[in-house]
Design a protein around this ligand. Structure first.
Ligand SMILES: *[C@@H]1O[C@H](CO)[C@@H](O)[C@H](O)[C@H]1NC(C)=O
Ligand SMILES: *[C@@H]1O[C@H](CO)[C@@H](O)[C@H](O)[C@H]1NC(C)=O
Ligand SMILES: *[C@@H]1O[C@H](CO)[C@@H](O)[C@H](O)[C@H]1NC(C)=O
Length: 493
């Protein structure tokens, strides 16, 4: 800190001011979802440096991991920490909520600590497919957490509940945004929640996925998923909707209005486009989607019901995650604007000026050796091939092999090579992980094709075999924070 203030000469102040002036409001608004459901997550330090290199000023997390928060300390990046759904029940007890806030928010609240702005209470807890599992616990948890924040003197930190867009809809016989209401089974719950959010100056957080509209229905007009026109507009009370994002957003605005809070701020907790695992999950579509979205955000276009309004948006997501559940679809593991190793996939301009260039990649990533594992051309007994491929794909990510995916259309041998290599990499290239009953051999020749990439995993401090190291990295972050906190105390005296 001392070093930092010493650097802050008068000349630096003016350079910073000039830079700040040139940053568009959209860049200020843009955030990233940083999920870590990966066998080999990049180290938080590397990710934070990459966020800085790309001018990303906000992140949304799915937990309050110490190692992650330690790496974010001192950066000024705004952070949304989260309470996973499984902990909601616990948070219905106000003492537990107080403990959670103390351990995961207050502790980081000091000059040079972490700029925590929101606490996400649960993640899409009212998803229809959860059958009401979290209906009773979410609102009490939300109230306890916000009250604990307020009591701790942290009322600027807002508790909010990221919800799936399935909590509201318009009636089938009047499918227009102005007819939006909350889902009948949770109307009372949503009304009480919205009242509480409004009273505390907290935003409504919603995840909107035009991609899923397209994925779930073959009849969905493709152009309506994007922002560059070409779809028949939906006309509603004189408003013309040319994309499903606006229509969906305004359905929420109407639902809020129907419960007396038409002006409640809305944060887009997740929006994005995956790049593999389905015929519509391609680089071309993803680039088209982001180009349109980011331009509109930069221009503060807003929607017909909230025109010319700045929108706070978190893209989903930052990095591919190879152990996410594929229950929603094989595309789930391919939402990153960057690959699992922090390498950009396609050009994009986060400032929405249409200057599409590759994002800054993660730096100093350590990879395993350039060794792949492929089908053994000299294999004698191939009767167990399918069984072995199946085994590999149970413990590694083979979603790129499916219909419409980047590695689809290979023959059985190509499939086997891909599966064996994915398993071998997940196992950190252990010798015994490239055998498969003598059906596999290691190779130094890259088996990738034009469309199908055979990856080499990263040798991160946080690879699967080193959950232990990951833990100690976390403690180190905590120790550093404690030292910073003590320095802060000292300076106050
Ligand atoms: C958050 O705080 C609780 C204490 O209430 C603690 O048990 C938990 O480990 C903390 N979570 C994280 C991710 O640090
Ligand atoms: C919800 O109910 C459906 C149908 O009864 C069932 O298939 C599904 O497993 C349930 N999901 C949960 C999370 O309980
Ligand atoms: C390759 O694997 C995919 C995904 O498991 C499967 O759908 C396809 O039929 C396989 N192709 C061959 C030739 O075995």
């Amino acid at each position: 800190m001392a070093k930092d203030s010493a650097l802050r000469g008068p000349w630096l102040c003016c350079v910073v001011a000039a830079l700040a002036a040139s940053v568009s409001p959209a860049a200020e608004a843009l955030g990233m979802n940083w999920g870590t459901q990966a066998t080999h997550p990049l180290s938080p330090k590397i990710v934070v440096q990459m966020l800085k290199d790309n001018g990303i000023k906000k992140v949304k997390l799915f937990d309050a991991d110490q190692g992650t928060l330690g790496a974010l300390a001192g950066t000024d990046i705004e952070v949304m920490v989260a309470i996973p759904n499984v902990l909601l029940d616990l948070m219905t007890d106000s003492d537990n909520a107080r403990d959670w806030v103390r351990h995961n928010v207050s502790r980081y609240h000091f000059d040079g600590g972490v700029n925590i702005k929101y606490v996400a209470v649960g993640n899409e807890p009212f998803l229809a497919s959860y059958n009401g599992t979290f209906d009773k616990v979410t609102l009490p948890a939300l109230k306890n957490i916000q009250n604990a924040l307020n009591d701790a003197g942290l009322s600027d930190v807002k508790a909010t509940v990221p919800l799936n867009a399935d909590v509201y809809n318009s009636p089938k016989d009047k499918p227009v945004p102005s007819a939006g209401t909350f889902r009948p089974d949770i109307t009372d719950l949503m009304t009480e929640m919205v009242d509480f959010l409004a009273k505390n100056g907290a935003p409504f957080t919603v995840n909107i996925y035009p991609y899923l509209s397209l994925y779930l229905s073959d009849d969905f007009p493709v152009n309506f998923a994007f922002f560059d026109g070409g779809a028949d507009p939906v006309v509603d009370n004189g408003n013309s909707y040319t994309n499903v994002f606006d229509a969906n957003f305004d359905t929420l605005v109407s639902a809020l209005k129907a419960v007396g809070h038409g002006d409640l701020p809305i944060v887009i907790g997740e929006v994005g486009w995956p790049t593999d695992g389905d015929k519509h999950a391609t680089y071309v579509y993803a680039q088209r989607f982001y180009t349109g979205l980011l331009k509109r955000l930069a221009a503060n276009v807003g929607t017909p019901l909230r025109p010319n309004k700045y929108m706070e948006v978190y893209l989903f997501g930052l990095l591919d995650e190879d152990i996410k559940s594929v229950a929603p679809g094989a595309f789930e593991r391919h939402w990153g604007v960057l690959r699992f190793d922090g390498q950009p996939k396609f050009p994009m301009d986060l400032t929405g000026q249409g200057q599409n260039t590759m994002l800054a990649p993660a730096k100093d990533v350590q990879y395993l050796p350039k060794t792949w594992c492929v089908y053994n051309a000299n294999a004698k007994d191939t009767s167990k091939l399918a069984e072995n491929v199946n085994f590999a794909c149970t413990f590694a990510d083979c979603t790129a092999l499916g219909f419409g995916s980047s590695c689809a259309g290979m023959d059985a041998i190509g499939n086997a090579s891909y599966a064996f290599n994915m398993y071998f990499q997940v196992q950190n290239q252990k010798d015994e992980a490239c055998d498969f009953q003598a059906l596999a051999v290691p190779t130094q020749t890259d088996p990738s094709t034009d469309t199908c990439h055979f990856p080499i995993q990263i040798a991160a401090a946080s690879s699967t075999s080193s959950g232990h190291r990951r833990h100690s990295a976390g403690s180190l972050g905590a120790a550093a924070l404690l030292v910073l906190a003590l320095i802060q105390l000292f300076m106050l005296h």
